[in-house]
Design a protein around this ligand. Structure first.
Ligand SMILES: NC(=O)c1ccc[n+]([C@@H]2O[C@H](COP(=O)([O-])OP(=O)(O)OC[C@H]3O[C@@H](n4cnc5c(N)ncnc54)[C@H](O)[C@@H]3O)[C@@H](O)[C@H]2O)c1
Length: 441
């Protein structure tokens, strides 16, 4: 077994980077490599996405069309469904979904299929990196054996004595920390954690990402890198559950939880504010912790914080609904899972609409990012259309429920016109007039 190319080879040259899965994670990542001067090919099973990308069109709201156009025209970016072209790549980055299945257990079928798709085209000296969020062990236990069926080897080895170990290809894990819609921290500003199956793999991945981010953080193994991402998301999930529970207590005690959090956040050390809401949304926080609790069972270990946080956060939409059915016509503002994004996945707004409807309320919704609700796996709201929001229409509802605090809303005008505002996000925090109309839940 010989190392064909030293892992440091990524420094300084123009690379051919393949991104498998051109979604919320893969597309911005690919564009960042293109921006850094590399030649990027996006691989996706969805022919509509491939076609759109090659026409220079965007299907993700916060990714500007002109950016894609620019790199397509300069031949720094193109998309394909032809996986044989993986053979041309120096590095292959896997950004496919890692959802939960019906039993809320990890569904790694996308990662597995991707590994099988790479296998026939894997080349000596190629670097493969998994970016999808998953439990510790996935890269070594699932990806590596499939890639080694080629006959090429990438030995699991750690520590200084293995610095120069021979490897036929390089394999690493590097979690994605993309925060869609975050204008302060773009990809280039977010440090990238990288762990290799062996030291040369770690170095190869580190030198690749050094091309596109300001700081690379090497860790000792793929398991460490996998666990790092889960710690970050579990930290958020548990802290959000904590403030959600305290919110309900504060309501009983007649205390404004948001005022409490703002006051606590003035402490210059040892406190980080988290805010209550109508429930958890997005693809990461409601899903990823269960990857770890599932894996923990293999070690006879119960992850109690994760389970408890899940219980509290899952109860939040029910709590909001209890507080909201004051009348029968309700306008839900915001169906996206968080503000200013065009992403509906796991959105608590959908659960709230379902619960309110089941209790006999007549629901309309408005969302500047969704003119209508598309077909969804767990809900049947297809065809429901966003209604216009103006002073006359607002006045016609018994209750306006702020589920997602999009920046586009004029909260002062909403409170002015609405009869009653149920605010799950403290979006009306700066409104001083008509506060008697606002119920914070
Ligand atoms: N969205 C986020 O904010 C975020 C943040 C950090 C990490 N992640 C993680 O990144 C991973 C990807 O998430 P996402 O939000 O980009 O998902 P996504 O659904 O937006 O995109 C996934 C893409 O992969 C494609 N795809 C599916 N199977 C494929 C296959 N076998 N071959 C090629 N393409 C395939 C799909 O067509 C889709 O375009 C997940 O593991 C997720 O947990 C997401």
């Amino acid at each position: 077994m010989a190392t064909d190319r030293r892992p440091e080879y990524f420094k300084g040259s123009q690379l051919r980077v393949g991104i498998i899965g051109c979604g919320y994670v893969g597309l911005p990542l690919g564009l960042r490599f293109a921006e850094a001067g590399h030649r990027v090919t996006g691989f996706d099973l969805d022919p509509a996405k491939v076609e759109k990308l090659n026409r220079g069109q965007s299907y993700i709201q916060h990714i500007p069309q002109n950016k894609i156009q620019q790199f397509v025209l300069s031949k720094h970016f193109g998309a394909t469904a032809d996986f044989s072209r993986l053979a041309e790549m120096d590095a292959i980055l896997i950004c496919v979904p890692t959802p939960l299945d019906q039993r809320r257990e990890p569904d790694l079928s996308y990662v597995e299929k991707t590994a099988q798709a790479i296998r026939p085209y894997l080349q000596r000296g190629q670097l493969v990196v998994l970016e999808s969020t998953t439990y510790p062990g996935t890269t070594e236990e699932l990806l590596l054996p499939i890639l080694e069926e080629t006959g090429m080897k990438c030995p699991i080895a750690h520590g200084p004595e293995n610095e120069q170990i021979g490897t036929d290809f390089f394999l690493a894990f590097s979690p994605e920390r993309e925060d869609p819609g975050n204008k302060q921290y773009g990809l280039a500003q977010i440090p990238k954690v990288v762990g290799g199956v062996n030291p040369p793999s770690g170095r190869a991945a580190a030198s690749l990402y050094a091309q596109i981010v300001g700081r690379v953080v090497p860790v000792s193994s793929t398991r460490t890198a996998e666990m790092t991402k889960l710690l970050e998301n579990i930290f958020r999930c548990v802290n959000i559950a904590l403030v959600n529970e305290l919110k309900m207590l504060c309501q009983r005690m007649g205390i404004d939880i948001w005022e409490v959090i703002d006051a606590a956040a003035t402490k210059p050390f040892g406190f980080m504010p988290f805010y209550p809401g109508p429930g958890l949304g997005g693809h990461c926080i409601p899903v990823d912790p269960y990857y770890l609790s599932w894996k923990a069972r293999e070690f006879d270990f119960a992850t109690r914080f994760i389970e408890l946080a899940g219980e509290v956060n899952t109860a939040m939409p029910y709590h909001v609904v209890e507080k909201s059915i004051k009348g029968s016509r309700i306008l839900v503002l915001g169906v996206a899972y968080k503000k200013d994004v065009d992403d509906l996945r796991e959105s608590p707004s959908l659960k709230i609409i379902e619960l309110l409807t089941a209790r006999g309320a007549n629901i309309d919704y408005n969302d500047p990012h969704f003119a209508e609700i598309p077909k969804l796996r767990h809900y049947n709201f297809q065809g429901m259309k966003s209604v216009p929001v103006d002073s006359k229409s607002l006045a016609g509802y018994d209750c306006v429920l702020i589920a997602t605090d999009h920046t586009a809303y004029d909260y002062s005008a909403i409170v002015e016109s609405a009869q009653l505002v149920v605010d799950t996000r403290n979006a009306t925090r700066r409104i001083s007039r008509n506060r008697n109309k606002i119920v914070l839940v």
